[in-house]
Design a protein around this ligand. Sequence first.
Ligand code: PMP
Length: 284
Amino acid sequence: RIVYVNGNWVPEEEAVVSVFDRGFLMADGVYEVTSVLGGKLLDYPGHAARLERSLGELGMGMPMDADDLLEVHRALVEKNDLVDGMIYLQITRGNPGDRDFAFPPAETPQTVVLFTQSKPGLADAPKAKTGMKIITIDDIRWGRRDIKTVQLLYPSMGKMMAKKAGVDDAWMVEDGFVTEGTSNNAYIVAGGKIITRNLGTDILHGITRAAVLRFAREAQMEVEERPFTVAEAKAADEAFITSASSFVMPVVEIDGAAVGTGAPGSVATRLREIYLEESLKQAI
Ligand code: PMP
């Protein structure tokens, strides 16, 4: 694999950052994930816009403008012959050379890394046909989940709890209401409506979520943005998740209880088709 590190293209074995990097010492950094299908980037403008917002919320600026960043993404796809997969973009506040809680001067160079992850047949994941099983766990993350930081310890622990329980993922719950999945946004379908938590500081503003809700409304499906409980989810007709790397995935079991018929629902299946078709049309 060829990796981008601070303006250089290097083989992954030679791709290194400083041990004093604040990403390593303080989780002081943000990231983005953009999917690639057939060598093309999905929803790139949305991911670039969210990156700028995440950086801004932490007092950082973009390392280069969105067009130049797009060229880096494109070059990475080309250099790695990436057909289907993901591009990870990691930006930290960099390395002032000493360990200090205080932020270094604003002119300190950021650490900017991009790498690819190949996933042949990404759009044909078998789980789209069978559906995912999930458990619910407490959401004990910090209060600014709208910023896409590299602090992924609790989501990693959540994935391990799911693995231990023999299921695919976990939905996180706060005050009885579902916030989101460990790496995806959560939805139910009940009373003929698509219900998903409203945006705020307690969930990540999913780029796939924005696209899917837009497509749903365009297709005259009713959408309600509000928190829902675990009990509502278990009694729902359907459940599903969205993320850049899984698109739309049906959820068929929550804490051991079947959702609806226990098979992927028609709304989730249709939204997956619409999302893949429409976002591929706009892929760059
Ligand atoms: N919530 C969390 C916690 C996530 O990590 C992700 C995936 N990055 C999402 C939601 C989905 O966001 P997106 O559709 O932009 O991938």
